[in-house]
Structure formats: C-alpha cells, structure tokens
Design a protein around this ligand. Structure first.
Ligand code: EPZ
Length: 427
C-alpha cells in the first residue's frame, strides 16, 4: 500500500531566486519504461540495466516484473538486474499499473515471448483520450487476436506472430515501441511505416539489438524488424532524459539564471534550444552539456508541439509557464494531445493572462506571477507549476505532487542545489 503521505505531499516554493550552478540529468523515463518490460524477452542470461531514473513509475514496473516470476535485483541506485527465465504468469494487473501508461508495453513483450498476454487497460496522465487502436492494429496485423473486457486487454496468437507491414495512422511513440517489441521475435519481417522518431524509440531499438534482435531504421519513419528466435541478456545504459533536461533549461531561463545542465545529448535538445534562442536566451552547447543563461526578460514566441524532432509536447506545459511572463503575445498550439492545457487554470490563479480555445492557448505576457495555492493536474503540468513557483512573487504551494514524482527524480533537491527554495511537506 503506497505510503498515504506520498499522496498528500505538497511542495512549498519561495519564488524570485535566480538558479545558478550545475545539475546532472537522469536516465530517460520514456525509454526506461519500455526497456524494463523488453527485458522479459530474454531466453537466457540476465539484463543489467543502468542509468534508470529513481521515479515512481519505474518502481511500479520493477515490482510488476517481479510479480510475473522474473528475478529483479537492485545492483545499485538506478541499476537493476532482470533475469526472466522463470516467468510464471502473463497476467499483468493491479491498481498501480492501472494508473500508468507504460503498462501497455507488457502486451508487446509477453505476446512476443509467450504468444499471450493479459494486461490491465493502460492509464496515464489525463491529457486526452489516449486510445491504443494503433497498438491493436499492429498486433492484429501480426496475427494476434485482441479482446478487451473487464478492463483487461487479452492478446493471444495460437500459431505465433508473423511479420507484417504496418502503417501507423497516427505518429505514436507507444505504438511504435510496442510493435517493435512484438515484432522482435515474430516469424519474418515487420515494417513499421509512419513510425515515431523520438530518442527513446532509438534507445529501445538499441537495447533490443544488444539482446540480439535485428531492428533497422529506428529514428526514421520506417523501421524494419527481422524476427529472431533467441534473445539473450545484456548490459545497457539508458540515455539521458530529454524532457527533464528541457525542464531545467526552461527553469534556468525563467529565473534569469545561469545553469549548466550536464549529462545530456545536445542533439536531442535542438528544438528546445532553438526556441529559447528565439526568446533571447543564450545557450552554450558542450559535448554532453548545455549552459543556459539569461539576464533580461524573455521575448514571447509561438510554439507548435510536434512529433520529434519538433518541439516536444511534454515541454509545452513548462514552456507555457515561462511564456506567461515573457514580453508580448505568445501562441501555443498543442497539436498532439487534445486536453493538455489543464495547467492553464492553475497558472491563472497566479495571475497569468491566458485564453485557451481548443488546442490553442493565447498568452499575453505579464510582468510577474504571484505565488498561490495550486495543484499538479498531471506530470508535466506539475513541472509547469514548479517553474511558475520559482519565478512568482511570494510563496506557491503545489498539491497533488505524486504526479511530479512519477517523472522527476528528487525534483526539489535538484532545484535547491541550484539556489531554489523548495520544501516538501507531508500533510
Ligand atoms: C508517450 O505517450 C509518452 N509516454 C508521453 O509522455 C508523450 O507525451 C507521448 O509519448 C508523445 O511524445 C510514455 O512514453 C510512457 P503517443 P504515448 O502514442 O505513447 C494518439 C510524459 O509526460 N494515439 O505518441 O501514449 C494519442 O491520442 C508522458 O512523460 C492514437 O490515436 O503517446 C496522441 O494524440 C505524457 N492511437 C498521439 O497519438 C494510438 O493507438 C500521440 O500519442 C496511440 C496514440
């Protein structure tokens, strides 16, 4: 039973402090959430997976993998060993799992290895309807039968999965990865067209190939998977988290600070860097770091969220918080999710001037936000409220921070080490 305190925790932020110094970025949440279930595909040996972020969703998946009969042993902080030769069940369910989106990766992994999977219908941040029709389309194209009843997705294929040509109607990160998982041991070749190209897709493909899979084209919109019979354990380190890095870049700019964000892949941050430069912020790129410094008020800009390499939808919310105090009018077009503006009402409590019409938010920059009592409505909305609290005049209290803990590791510790003033209280 989750410690009740975690559900009622709050963050109390004293705004108006410039961030400065260095921060080290952790492993990519959205890569790790697929790599852990993918480790179930091994037929021999074990997987040593390193640079995992210490966040709630990762703990939830590790517990689930253990409950299926695999041996999960913590080697060190962020380093887990998974030995998957003794899986005794293909039934994946539970309250915690029902709340997270990544539970659906167990379908692709278990279907590939055992020809069947029964997985609780996925949850995830309430930022839109979030259907899984493209996942199902891919599995059915490979010969699986999918039934959904009593909140459980039942997938099975009597004669094993067969390679297929699958065209995704929507560019979907989850569907691209899930189909890659299922295709890795299917008989024959699977071609995924109109595939998502996010860095975490490439990371999952690299992990599978390190296990002995045969995947080509990850990172482009055509991915070719030649099914193999046998996958073995391996050692792998997850890439740095593009979204955590972008969140700290935005916070550094918002507080007119000077921060070096370390352990990043600058290439993955190009769209964020381009937009911050457009706002008048200075950015210095190193080998595996970016330095963000800003001494004047930022200029308002227009943002449209797009699949990678476009501006990531996961940074729309923290960026919106920054735009509330940028000079002039900014227009944010959230083209990926139809309900990803729930943070706007909370920003308005702090004095923001924002009008939302469908997928468009029009922001008139004001001089300064004022601290208030707000809530985190979802993970990245929570990050937006932290950015807002850091720059507001006075004290901001953020409730419902269990969302934030699902995706950010030690968020208050990292910001306080940069000069922020954030306290966590257990109500
Ligand atoms: C992943 O969600 C991420 N979550 C999300 O991050 C991220 O916002 C999203 O990709 C886009 O980058 C994880 O990786 C665990 P999609 P996912 O399938 O896979 C529609 C965060 O904050 N769609 O790429 O669910 C869908 O409704 C979280 O870390 C279908 O129509 O996203 C959406 O409009 C939030 N049918 C669009 O595609 C489908 O079968 C993109 O969704 C699948 C998706």
């Amino acid at each position: 039973m989750k410690r009740m305190g975690a559900l009622m925790d709050k963050l109390i932020i004293e705004g108006g402090r410039r961030l400065s110094g260095d921060v080290v970025i952790g492993g990519a949440k959205n890569a790790a959430l697929a790599i852990l279930p993918a480790a179930l595909l091994t037929d021999e040996g074990y997987c040593d997976i390193d640079n995992l972020p210490e966040i709630e969703d990762i703990k939830c998946l590790e517990n689930t993998i253990g409950s299926l009969g695999a041996r999960v042993s913590k080697q060190n902080i962020g380093h887990v060993r998974i030995e998957a030769s003794h899986i005794v069940s293909t039934l994946v369910q539970g309250e915690d799992l029902r709340r997270i989106r990544a539970s659906y990766y167990f379908i692709g992994a278990l279907l590939a290895k055992f020809g069947k999977a029964e997985v609780v219908y996925p949850g995830g941040c309430e930022i839109g309807v979030r259907p899984i029709d493209q996942h199902i389309k891919g599995f059915e194209a490979m010969g699986a039968t999918i039934e959904v009843e009593h909140g459980i997705i039942r997938a099975y294929s009597e004669n094993g999965l067969k390679g297929a040509n699958i065209y995704l109607d929507v560019v979907s990160v989850g569907a691209t990865i899930n189909i890659m998982l299922a295709a890795s041991k299917a008989e024959g070749v699977t071609v995924i067209e109109n595939a998502a190209k996010e860095p975490h897709i490439v990371d999952v493909a690299n992990f599978l190939n390190t296990m002995g899979a045969n995947i080509k084209g990850a990172g482009t919109d055509v991915i070719k998977v030649k099914g193999v019979k046998h996958l073995k354990g391996c050692s792998y380190s997850v890439i740095p988290d593009q979204i955590e890095a972008g969140t700290f870049m935005i916070a550094a700019a918002a507080t007119r600070g000077d921060v070096v964000i370390k352990n990043v892949i600058p290439k993955h941050l190009e769209s964020i860097t381009a937009k911050l430069l457009e706002m008048g912020i200075s950015i210095e790129e190193g080998e595996d770091s970016v330095r963000v410094s800003c001494s004047t008020r930022t200029k308002g800009i227009n943002i449209k969220t797009l699949p990678y390499p476009g501006f990531p939808t996961d940074l729309q919310q923290p960026m919106t918080a920054l735009l509330t105090v940028s000079k002039g009018r900014s227009i944010v077009n959230e083209s990926i999710f139809e309900a990803r503006f729930k943070h706007v009402d909370e920003l308005k409590r702090m004095g923001a001037n924002i009008k939302v019409e469908g997928k468009i938010a029009v922001i008139e920059g004001i001089d300064c936000l004022s601290g208030a009592e707000v809530v985190a409505t979802d993970l990245r909305a929570g990050a937006a409220m932290v950015v807002a609290g850091l720059i507001a005049d006075g004290i901001t209290t953020i409730a419902n921070i269990k969302y934030i803990d699902r995706g950010y590791e030690k968020i208050e510790e990292k910001f306080n080490n940069l000069g922020g003033s954030i306290k966590r209280i257990h109500e």
